[in-house]
Ligand binder design. Sequence first.
Ligand code: BYC
Length: 319
Amino acid sequence: MTVVNDSDTPEQLEAFQARIDAGETIEPKDWMPAQYRKQLVRMISQHAHSEIVGMLPEGNWLTRAPSLRRKKILLAKIQDEGGHGLYLYCAAETLGVDRTELIDQLHAGKAKYSQIFNYPSLNWADIGVIGWLVDGAAIVNQTMLAKTSYGPYSRAMIRICKEENFHKKQGYELLAQMMEGTKDQQAMVQDAVNRWWWPSLMMFGPSDKDSPNSKVLLKWKVKRKTNDELRQRFINMTVPQANAIGVKLPDPDLQFDEKTKNWNFGEINWDEFWAVVKGHGPCNVERLEARRAAHDEGRWVREAAEAYAEKHSGIKKAA
Ligand code: BYC
């Protein structure tokens, strides 16, 4: 059911829906229902937080990359993720929220971010698997979001998807190379895939019947496909890629259905998903501690930038 805000009249809501149905893009200064704004702030801010927290599992391997080439690629990828977070905080700010408020919510443990980043990166092959599966899942989701009805989010997604494609390719190439290496290297890849496969499927969110936000988001064309549709698309794309490099996906129920042309798959452990979302994953505490520490250590940079801007623009920051 669409939640109707007291101040939104039925005429306004109808006119807004007509714009959506006609395929128009909504821009920041356009009228929009209060719930549309609220849903977008929720989704875009969670997405921004995911990009920023998502730098941590990969950052863990920067000093241990096996060659200068791999180190440069990884460094560039992590910087890209930081950039994505910044575009997305900007997109959220076009809806009238302040990023300081959003970041405070993250640090207070009140904001959600993708559950996937609460898993540890234990061996070098995890870096390849994050690129292949995590960025791969993100691309499927974000290609759909590039057609979202809110202009600033859609434009951020177009740019982000271009960069994510490089991220996925470097991960897949890293794994393909390791799979041509020694038995130990192959075992590292298999171990990483075993650990990341199911959490990657969970990135698409709960199944459609348990997704409270989907109905209204689909109606307003914020989402263009459901969680389950995108999850299936990702699986269909990924199975042949796994076969091509000789890695086994850890699901005995994976089976191609000739009729639907889909890969059927086993039961996702939703108890694990909700436990991680609610803060009880292997690394939730560590991730938030790392973000809070980085924010504190960067305080002097923010203060210097504000003092410089104040001196040169004459505009004082509100207390
Ligand atoms: N993790 O009603 P639903 C990247 C929550 S980063 C945690 O289906 P919705 C990268 C959901 O928030 C890319 N929580 O929600 C970066 C909701 O709770 P609230 C990250 C999840 O919004 C660095 C509740 O469950 N991508 O690529 O309709 C290195 C019910 O769910 C998750 C994005 O952020 C989850 N996975 O659909 C490498 C994409 N799933 O808020 C790579 C943008 C669900 O009602 N977001 N929840 O309390 C979306 O597309 C949608 O928000 C979702 C969920 C499909 C994720």
